[in-house]
Write a protein that binds this ligand. Structure first.
Ligand code: UD1
Ligand code: CA
Length: 461
């Protein structure tokens, strides 16, 4: 595989049509900013760090991408040709091919760009533009070919004649250029067009006139070209990418009951024979094992789930869950929850920064915060780890095989030793020895006849 020497991503534009306070390329598609998708694609096909041309709200993009790329600054947005010019000082030191790509086409595949580079290489081209055939080419630059079928020039929609607008082969905004020829041709650009901009597209015509070899490579999948200029297009691209991701998982042996209502991020891994019901949102670096069932309406972020585990209507953040465990409905696992195998976490249970050992049960209405719960522990309904004294957080430790009755408060720091029982309604402040029973609640007092004495109610009325 012949990589290109460098990729230049144009991302200085304001994205006016997004009507947003943040730069267009920072809007998210399937959970990541548009620019993230572009940079990942660039890294796959180039030999050196990608160059990102930034301008409008450059700091936001720089803050996000950090040192993963090189930057060129376009202080005035004078057009896509001008955007490449500002990368001059970086590009002049590099020989070979540069791929130049608009920053707003995240569906573009690295394999397509790679094929374009190979086409340029094999044909000895000085420049190749990527094109695609669209049913509705409105808004895109059109590929104008001569009688021989070779590229004549690219005409922007706004500059095109009625006849040219009927052409449905469009410019994708991804090109492969001989770097040194690109730089010398950029010097000859003018801005005599409807938008008064320096169009990168004109460079191809200039190069051709100068006798260089200029060609077009047609992309197979027209979906790849969809650019994002508006929020409507943002949603369209999101849907296409989602379909691509979902198809990948189904082909890998995952059942998606309704792929149109399943939201899986690009980095999520799912084992085979897992079934995903509608309304699941799987984000970040989440890994789901084999044979799991994700019943409707979960949000799972940066978490690892074992095999044969079932989750329903729950939120799981930065946590780990073992095999054959059941979570939910309506459980909330906050960061740092480490749940073992064959555990049962039931409804309205919140867990944070805690571990729950194998086969333990926290079935209803409990809060386990900063707790270390052993294996085979039963945590009754309504148990609270009282972990915060207003200043500091403290740990509650419950050893293996302990039984915590309903409505118990464990005032941390506290330890419940192995096999101990705690009576319902107890407020535990001291260590409970192993295999003993702790009762920490006021004794019941019955005052016979109290109601009638007070004349509140009469018997038999
Ligand atoms: C561009 C192409 C058009 C193509 C379309 C595909 C030109 C002149 N036109 O049009 O032929 O069909 O993409 O999506 O190239 N940018 C800068 N600096 C600027 C202007 C733009 O960095 O001064 C960046 C933008 O941030 C954007 C990219 O270049 O990421 C494309 O610019 P945009 O204004 O979206 O171009 P289109 O009108 O879509
Ligand atoms: Ca665009």
């Amino acid at each position: 595989m012949n990589k290109c020497a460098v990729v230049v991503i144009l991302a200085a534009g304001e994205g006016t049509r997004m009507k947003s306070s943040k730069p267009k390329v920072m809007h998210e598609v399937c959970g990541y900013p548009i620019i993230e998708h572009m940079v990942r694609t660039a890294v796959e096909i180039s030999e050196s760090l990608p160059v990102v041309v930034v301008g409008h709200q450059a700091e936001q993009i720089e803050q996000y991408l950090g040192q993963r790329v090189r930057y060129a600054y376009q202080s005035q947005r004078l057009g896509t040709g001008h955007a490449v010019m500002v990368a001059h000082s970086i590009l002049e030191k590099i020989d070979g091919y540069a791929v130049v790509v608009a920053g707003d086409i995240p569906l573009i595949r690295s394999s397509t760009l790679q094929k374009m580079v190979e086409y340029a290489n094999e044909g000895g081209y000085d420049a190749v533009a990527l094109s695609a055939i669209l049913d509705d080419p409105t808004g895109y630059g059109r590929i104008i070919r001569n009688e021989a079928g070779d590229l004549e020039r690219i005409v922007e929609h706004k500059d095109a004649t009625e006849e040219q607008r009927r052409i449905n082969e469009v410019n994708v905004s991804a090109y492969c250029f001989n770097i040194q020829l690109l730089l010398s041709s950029l010097n000859q650009l003018d801005n005599n067009n409807k938008q008064g901009e320096y169009y990168l597209t004109d460079v191809l015509h200039i190069m051709k006139e100068a006798g260089n070899k200029v060609g077009v490579f047609v992309a197979q999948d027209s979906d790849e070209v969809l650019g994002i200029n508006t929020r409507v297009q943002l949603a369209e691209v999101e849907q296409k990418m989602r379909q691509r991701i979902n198809r990948y998982h189904m082909e890998n042996g995952v059942t998606l009951i309704d792929p149109n209502n399943t939201y899986i991020g690009p980095d999520v891994v799912i084992g085979s024979d897992t079934v995903v019901y509608p309304g699941n949102v799987l984000e970040g670096r989440t890994i789901i094992g084999e044979g799991c069932t994700l019943y409707p309406n979960n949000r799972i972020v940066n978490s690892v789930i074992g095999n044969q585990t079932q989750v329903q209507a729950s939120v799981i953040l930065e946590s780990r869950i073992g095999d054959e465990t059941t979570i939910g409905p309506y459980a909330y696992l906050r960061p740092g929850s480490n749940i073992g195998n064959r555990v049962r976490i039931g409804d309205f249970v919140e867990i944070k920064n805690s571990s729950i050992g194998d086969r333990s049960k926290v079935s209803h209405l409990s809060y386990v915060g900063d707790g270390t719960i052993g294996r085979d522990v039963n945590v009754g309904c309504g148990v609270v780890c009282v972990n915060y004294d207003g200043v500091k957080k403290h740990r509650a430790v419950v050893e293996d095989k302990a039984f915590i009755g309903c409505n118990v408060n464990l005032i941390a720091p506290v330890v419940v030793k192995e096999g101990a029982y705690i009576a319902a309604g107890s407020t535990i402040t001291d260590e409970v020895p192993e295999y003993s029973l702790a009762i920490a609640r006021a004794r019941q007092v019955n005052k016979e006849g109290w109601v009638e004495k007070r004349q509140l109610k009469k018997k038999g009325e």
